[in-house]
Design a protein around this ligand. Sequence first.
Ligand code: GLC
Length: 799
Amino acid sequence: MITNTELEYKGNLYPNTIVEYRRDTDKLYFTTSNGVILEMTILRDSIFRFRYATENIFEPDFSYSISEDVSIGFNHLKVEENTTEYLVHTAKLRVLVDKKTLRIQISDLEGNIINEDELGFHWEENYEFGGNSVKMSKITQNAESFYGLGDKATHSNLKGKRVSNWVTDQYAYGKDQDPLYKAIPFFIGLHNNKSYGIFFDNTFKTNFDFAHERRNVTSFWADGGEMNYYFIYGPQMSQVVKSYTNLTGTPELPPMWAMGYHQSKWSYYPESNVRALAKNFRKLRIPCDAIYLDIDYMDGFKCFTWDKSRFPNPKKMISDLEEKGFKTVVMIDPGIKIDKDYWVYQEGVENDYFCKRADGAFMKGKVWPGECNFPDFTNPKVREWWAELYKEMMSEIGVHAVWNDMNEPAVMEVPTKTAPLDTRHDYDGHPCSHRKAHNVYGMQMVRATYEGIKKYVYPKRPFVITRAAFAGTQRFSSTWTGDNVATWEHLWIANVQAQRMCMSGYSFIGSDIGGFAEQPNGELFARWIQLGVFHPFCRVHSSGDHGDQEPWSFDDEVTNIVRKFIELRYQLLPYLYTMFYRYSKEGVPMLKPLVHFDQEDHQTHFRTDEFIFGEQILICPVQEPNAQGRRMYIPRGTWYNYWTNEAVVGGMEKWVVAGLDKIPIFIKEGAMIPKYPVQQYVGELEIKELVLDVYYKKGVETSTVYEDGQDGYDYKKGRYSLRNFNFKGKEKELVIQQFKDGSFITSYNTFKMNLHGLPFKIKQILVDNEIVDLKEVKLNGNNNIHLSKDFTVLHIIGA
Ligand code: GLC
């Protein structure tokens, strides 16, 4: 075990004096007398890449994580030198590189230290495998907090913790258990109201220590590869998260139905059960957009086959379900059954697509079908083949979307739970062992799946789900938090994990609502649904061994609560879709922990439960049994209680009433929240009027509504509708300006504005500077008005 203790100091090697400096456009090279080279790349004025070579040699520069679309370019770069250090200046930061030690120190232009090396880069040679264990240690700044790192099931603030990244199948994991299914070696540091991020782009097993072993030291290290990290400066955390997300990429917009409610179980079969399930949703009028088929639809768990006794005519079943508004999502695992009569296996062997061990034997492992071989998804040819395997399933049978599971890869009955470390991989032409490829194996599988689905659902948009992920996987797929448990503690975990993933660039996230292992009681299920409808991916899934977990599996009270919250999600679809649009386009996380919302307020630094859904809705789940409400922190500003319309001033803890049929929901003042009517599935109804819930504020606020065809690619040709609303409230006046963009024509012609918290009685309304008859806008009491969707300025004048 490598640690950063003094004891292990002996094995470590360090750079010594810089003997050469060279600049090549945006790259600076500092070489030491013992052959260490620091390559510092200036991507933007506030984003740098630090990469270290030992023995004067860099590895070929290759990354699965960095997006091709990353925007780069800086305004200013100047390098100076004095007797002890090099000084690198950009328009935002200053970096000192120490001539004796190669240690760096990064400050802002006012001279505040943002981040500085302690021992800095050091390494240990690895006799067993070759190469180095590469290490970095930094000084922990005063009162520094840490966030990010993917799916860690632990307190959102990582200070005092040590975690590692090695994607692992952790059935029924517990709180603080680590590692889990994802490896996202990205963290955010916050001190003195300034945030920065570090993305360690290294796919070997990585470790992070946040002042755990030594109070004043933060370190990270990897079992191999290069010390290669990106430093991203804020100073706002929102800027750090956006920049990281931009660096590793965002997904394109999924079809809107992917944001509906989804129902899954291990497993719904045979066909008659699936049909009955669908029927019940419509009968009970509980909205639902997708039904999932877990492994039992396959013939003997062989991927790309159907069990014809359970599903004699999948094509017919899928099209019948589609008529009722259900999409069918099926599971595909990476393990290919070793069976000489199975075509996928035959193709894999004939074309040499399966992973092999160091000495040439096939890598074999047990999964659901028994002994399997595993395609080497790090080989581009294998990915192409895999993408094509979906052809029949998608274009012939009509499956709508695919769920990739067990892609860590999970291997049963071995203590390591995965492939042996000597397994060989192509790694896109950089051959390596599983030590390096393990963390990206699942990512490359789902990448191949995504390519296949995208091709075969075209001109519709693809939707894919994965369990394993590495930094950047968000470009291809949504994800869920794996095999959780039906306990109250896991409800807490699901909440933290979803927020953490959003902070780690990965917003299309949800948990198995209700818990995968074991069974929730009705109360826990209802509380979990109340949280789950505010997660970007909203799916009930369970192992099915312990009882049913459909919305109606408990009592009527629970069914009614579940329906009410799923209906709320469907009403909020235009809001959710707009959130996704902003995530996809700008890298804005869909859920924001309070620290992301207001880092200057120190009360937010250790909060775990409250989060902002999108930009303007504050959510706080109830995470305890028998609760009639809860204490929660309301962030600074004024917020409207969604249920009572009462305005509350934040910056303090409050008791909020929330019996079983409610959870605390607050709307930011000045917000304009778009809503659709309840539909049983996306696209069921033609939207006749867009509801805008307007919450009065004395002051300004902006809101956005993005809409398009809800599927397909017309939006890329400009056929979208983007509305930006500028809200300005005065004592006796309200002015709303609308700015429109895009050529998509929405099905509705009018808005229905519900005015909440208006402090005056309406005397007069002007639309585009013309007084309108109050009858014309159907002013109903003081609460709502109907008006054309094309207005530019709306003036509401009080008496
Ligand atoms: C894994 C998945 C789970 C699935 C099961 C059977 O445990 O995480 O979601 O239901 O395998 O396929």
